[in-house]
Each structure stands twice: as structure tokens, then as C-alpha cells.
Design a binder for this molecule. Sequence first.
Ligand code: SF4
Ligand code: MG
Length: 466
Amino acid sequence: CGVFGVIGVTDAANFVALGLHALQHRGQEAGGIVSYDPGSGFNSARRFGYVRDNFTKQSLMETLPGALAIGHVRYSTAGSKGATQIRDVQPFFGEFSMGGAAIAHNGNITNADALRRELIERGSIFQSSSDSECIIHLMARSLQRKVPERIMDALRRVEGAFSVVSMTRTKLIGVRDPLGVRPLVIGRIGDDGWVLSSETCALDIIGAEYLRDVEPGEMVVIEHGELKSLRPFMPAKPRFCIFEHVYFSRPDSIIGGRSVYETRRQIGVELAREAPVEADLVCPVPDSGTPAAIGFAHESGIPYGMGIIRNQYMGRTFIEPTEQIRNMGVRLKLNVNRALIRGKRVILVDDSVVRGTTSRKIKEMILDAGAAEVHFRIASPPTAWPCFYGVDTPQREKLLAATMSEDEMRDHLAVDSLKFISLDGLYRAVGEATGRDASCPQYCDACFSGDYPVAPSDMIAKGFEL
Ligand code: SF4
Ligand code: MG
């Protein structure tokens, strides 16, 4: 998901709409905005579909006045999978003794089932099936008076990944979990405006200046033009999601001081060194494989070409929640550039193989178009474990790499060769010169390594085996 918030500008909701539009790649199912205006109080709008189809209408934006607003774009990783209800769409809002507050959450709470059970037993009435709603109920039960303290109380009980943006009548608040699994950045706009955003690309769109990241375990409270930094949690060694660099974030974003594009290009360079192959053409599987393909072509000296063309009117295949749509999705979204491919030995570079659906379809399309050979090079290690921290990987059994070796996957996909970047190669590409520190990894890489930095307690209770 994507979260965004602004304080200290006229018509903040318009800025939030633009920010969410730039974060649309993080969630395409639905979006919502809450704003506060002293005249009309809190207002909210939640809609299915793209930001640009909803939050551009003047009639809607007029209902969201004020100098303070937050927003969320959703893709379902927890809750009503496949059939999001409008009540699952964030931001969530609650009225407390000291006034109301709204929250928007990116990530996934790994003890949400247990918390929900406990809260329901104690009388909470849940409105949605979303894991994030727990935060609002925990805030309501806190004995603290002020909202920032209530948020701290709530989040200290929450396990898993959370980047949260929240607002009261006067404050914009941002928090990252102690490991900092999901991103959250701070920007400045105008003379005394402040912005919180999942990624820097959404600061660019509104002309805000990137100040710094909210640090893992940090809470920032912005009020009257000033930012206060708090440390509500026990300190921990950060474990940022390495897959944000590989796929999830936009390549024009800067994360932890690193250009996502440059990291992806460098993954391609590492891949070309680790798994060279003789061929005539390097093609990205667009768009997610493009920077890595550029790096691969550069390092190998093999020409780069657009052998697959993407229909720009389709969203991200992966983020369509049902299997059937995903299956159709590949053809609706990608087509082969036959004139370029015919007779050539082609290296296809993609970011990841999850179920293998995309790779198999693409291989068929490329061979139909008359390619002489097809070699897959993948910009991440084999995805062998599900993510429980906010990226919607399927159950373990459906992950190709959970049951097959690299050679078996090659045979299953019936391609001439298939190679994944090594975990160390990936760490080098994100700037860790000596690779992965096995005793204390610098990133979360659980979907590749099975090394979960936070025990997924709900899943373990359901029988998931580490
Ligand atoms: Fe990111 Fe993978 Fe960790 Fe999930 S399991 S947070 S996708 S690195
Ligand atoms: Mg892709």
C-alpha cells in the first residue's frame, strides 16, 4: 500500500490526491482521503479504483477542505482478499475523548488475528476485515489522553511491519516500526508545510523537497510548523524490505539515500557477472525488469532491445488479486515485438518469479514469435517463502521455488537457461560491498531466505512452519 499526508498548505486534500496518484503502483484497488477543516471538522472519501478516476472530480474534492489531510492507496494483503469492501478502505477514523484521529497504514500486522480476538472479547466492534483496524481499537482503549501517546500505546502491542501516517485536528504524525520494514519519508513544502510519503516520487509530483526518511522505530509529530521526533520502541537493528528495491518501489524514488533505479541497474550488472550467456539480445520484461536489463546489457555488451511491449493502460499484474485475472493479465498487458525477436537468441530479464505464470506465458509468446533461444535472468533470488509484512505473495505451495530447484524450474518453464541473482549479489547491488551478513542480515529478505525478522505469530498459530 501507499500512504501520504500533508499539513500546512491550502487545500491539503488536492496535494494528497496528487501524492497518491504518484504512489498508485503501491496499490490499485482503492484509495481514500481524510481531511480536517475547523469549519466542517473531519471529512473523508473512500473509493474503489484509481486515484485519477475519483480524486480529480471537483465535486468530490470540494467535500475535503482544510490544511491537513492524509490518504491511502490500497492493495489487499490482509483482510477481504480478492473482494475488498469499501469498509476495508483506509484511512480509518476514530473519535476519542480528546477529539478524532485518522490513520493510514502500510505493511502487515502479524499478530492481527490474536489482537482482533482479544479486542472483540473486550467489546470492540470491528467495521472491516482489515488488520489495520486493530490500531484504531487499541488507540481507543489506551488510557492516555493525547493521540500521539495513544498511537504509541497501540503500536507497542502490534507486531510486524507498519509505516503509519496519522492526523488529529492539529497534528500530522508518522511512525515506522522498529525494523523499518516499509518506507516512509519526510518532505517540506512551501514556508511551513510538511509532507509524509511512502516514497520520494510522490514528493516530486507536488514540488516538495525531500528532507529525510522517518527512521526505523521513530515517530514524528508535526504541529504548528514544527517537527518533534520521538522514540516509542525498544531500539532494534533495522531490516528494511529488500524487495522494495527489487520491485515494489518506483525506480525514480530514493530509498535510504539510494536511487532505486541505480540499485536495479546494478542488479543487472551483478547478474551479467554471475550468470553470463551468449546471446543476441537483452530484453526486459517491462516495466519491472527494465533497469536490471539495462545493467545486464551494459555489463555483457549484448545489445538491449524492447522485445516485449507493454500496454500502458494495464496496471501491475501482480496486484490483481485473483488468479484468473492474473492469468489473463499477461496477454492483456504484454505483447511480443516480433520483428525484433525473430531468429534471435534472447535473454529475458524480469524482477522475480513467483508462481511462474508470467514467465511461462512470456516464453511461449517469445518462441511463437520465432526466437531461436530463450534465457531467463531474474533480478531477485528464488522466491521460496511467503511475505507476511505487506507484499501479497501466495501460500508457500504456490511458489515455484518452494518446491523446485533452479534446474527443475528451468525444465518446468522449458527455457534454454534460467538463472537467479544470488542473495549476496543482491546485497552487493544495494550497496553492501561484502554481501549479506548471515549472522545479522542488513535487510529483510525472508521471501528469499526464510529468515523472518519478526515471527509471523498468527500464521504459526495456523500451522505455518518456519
Ligand atoms: Fe520484503 Fe520479502 Fe521481507 Fe516481505 S519477506 S518484507 S517482500 S523482503
Ligand atoms: Mg513484472
